[in-house]
Write a protein that binds this ligand. Structure first.
Ligand SMILES: CC(C)(COP(=O)(O)OP(=O)(O)OC[C@H]1O[C@@H](n2cnc3c(N)ncnc32)[C@H](O)[C@@H]1OP(=O)(O)O)[C@@H](O)C(=O)NCCC(=O)NCCS
Length: 481
């Protein structure tokens, strides 16, 4: 196939996705404006979606949708289309779309808190689950549900209170979520032999419970480590999820609460192949309950090439300030970046899929321009935006020189007084729950099977290549096999 033909197909796919995105779910979702009960809506949507997918599979199951080359296999499976993940889709140039909506569209269309300017993460969750923009009443219903489910079992509190202060907050989060599975409704239903068609209902219950409890767990970790173990206080049932989270952490600044709403919205989902989403998808496919699956995802998010990068960025910028001061010149920044490249990656830049500036970066930059335009650290982030892409762009092996989401978040949190960088990935984790758990409900509803890709050894790959050569197949024929 020629490059031009491939491009035309890609253009066609993109425009189809934009115009018909989730048309199956949306066109049939008429009931959602009449009820505020998310589970009731799912009960209507699921059979329709099951039917739509069954018909699609029956008609097209033998259609070849991609090729696999040796390079892809050794290259961390980049670009291999091997997962179905419904809640979001990443375009390498445009960035993420949540159920077909860009971040800007979500900011404009999702309901906001009274007096707030950023979308409520409750609304984003509703969108991820149903593919529809919720009404204010529906978002209020989610808030209420989460507030009602927020209590933490005493054994989890005791465990958190007994962790050594040196234990990284992400390890604490993962451990706390793992032991929360004592109360898993999914695990109980499975051992009670509940029929497969009902799995999603228990995955839903666990997901709602877990999302509701995460801010309290995160706040206990924060206060134990950085606020002398002071109590997080009670949930205010009249306030939204982010307001309660900010308050439990000990922050009452109105703009910080709005930042948290934005932060928790944009970090939620980034299609299915990234380490945390893929991990939760994989572990969930073994019918491990949502707690175990999400805890596994958090262990992946804790890696420096994934979620931990937001902590790494601020550590790196702080060292820059220590070395060359708060108002460096572009030339000094350039030298600092070149020095960094001698020993490590430049944190906050590059991406496995994106090839342009991450829109999650751009919306955080817009927030900074509005709320903290004169902050010195923000100015350094802006200088890095100007200087780094040119440097990385000159290094042939780097596919994307542009900033990603992690390049900006730390500076915003720091501005409002959250200087404990080790904690940043926990915030990312709380947000990531919205995406991976929305998908998990659907994974169980659609009866996704155990994930089990085929692996090869280098010797077996060599044997495959040798056999192909012997039969005279050329490289491109081989990859189509
Ligand atoms: C995100 C990241 C892991 C993607 O990796 P990837 O898919 O392998 O990206 P590429 O294909 O462009 O990488 C090719 C090479 O360029 C390097 N590279 C990519 N981004 C780089 C960066 N920001 N600084 C220095 N080198 C970088 C890679 O390490 C790799 O080098 P290697 O072949 O010697 O191992 C990578 O860009 C990175 O490490 N960025 C910094 C960490 C970060 O911000 N992570 C958060 C991601 S949201």
């Amino acid at each position: 196939m020629t490059v031009t033909a491939t491009r035309s197909i890609l253009r066609l796919i993109n425009s189809t996705l934009r115009t018909n995105h989730f048309v199956g779910l949306q066109s049939k979702c008429y009931a959602s404006t009449q009820t505020t009960d998310l589970k009731e809506i799912l009960r209507e949507l699921i059979p329709k979606e099951q039917k739509r997918i069954a018909a699609f599979k029956a008609e097209h199951k033998d259609t070849v949708i991609g090729q696999v080359t040796l390079d892809m296999v050794y290259g961390g499976m980049r670009d291999i289309k091997g997962l179905v993940y419904e809640t979001s889709l990443l375009d390498s140039n445009e960035g993420i779309r949540f159920r077909g909506k860009t971040i800007q569209e979500c900011q404009a269309q999702l309901p906001k808190a009274k007096g707030g300017e950023e979308p409520l993460p409750e609304g984003l969750f509703w969108l991820l689950v149903t593919s529809q923009i919720p009404t204010q009443e529906q978002v209020d219903w989610v808030t209420q549900e989460w507030n009602n489910r927020a209590d933490i079992p005493q054994h989890v509190v005791t465990m958190l209170n007994n962790f050594p202060a040196q234990l990284h907050p992400m390890s604490q989060l993962s451990a706390a979520v793992t032991v929360l599975n004592l109360g898993s409704k999914f695990a109980k239903a499975y051992s009670d032999n509940v029929p497969k068609s009902k799995y999603w209902e228990y995955a839903y219950e666990d997901s709602m419970d877990l999302i509701a409890k995460l801010p309290t767990i995160a706040a206990i970790i924060y206060r134990n480590l950085y606020r002398d173990g002071t109590a997080v206080g009670a949930i205010d049932s009249k306030k939204d999820w982010s307001w309660n989270f900010a308050t439990m952490l000990g922050y009452d600044n109105k703009s910080f609460v709005d930042l948290l709403r934005l932060y928790l919205t944009i970090h939620s989902d980034h299609e299915g192949g990234n380490v945390s989403a893929h991990t939760s998808h994989l572990v969930g496919s073994a019918l491990s309950d949502p707690y175990l699956s999400f805890a596994a995802a958090m262990n992946g998010l804790a890696g420096p090439l994934h979620g931990l990068a937001n902590q790494e960025v601020l550590i790196w910028i702080t060292k820059l300030v220590e070395k060359i001061g708060e108002t460096p010149t572009d030339e000094q920044i350039k030298q600092y970046v070149l020095d960094t490249l001698k020993t490590s990656v430049v944190p906050g830049f590059g991406h496995a899929v994106l090839r342009k500036t991450d829109p999650r970066y751009t919306c955080q930059r817009d927030f900074a321009l509005k709320h903290l335009p004169n902050d010195n650290m923000f100015k350094i982030v802006s200088q890095l935006f100007k200087v780094v892409p040119a440097i990385l762009g000159d290094i042939a092996k780097i596919k994307n020189p542009w900033p990603n989401v992690d390049a900006h978040s730390g500076v915003l949190l720091r501005y409002y007084g959250m200087k404990e960088m080790n904690f940043y990935t926990v915030l990312f984790g709380v947000s990531r729950a919205l995406g991976v758990l929305a998908q998990m409900i659907w994974s169980r509803a659609l009866g996704f099977p155990l994930e089990r890709p085929k692996s090869e050894t280098t010797d077996s790959l060599m044997a495959i290549v040798a056999a192909k050569k012997k039969t005279g197949a050329n490289v491109s024929d081989r990859t189509k096999a």
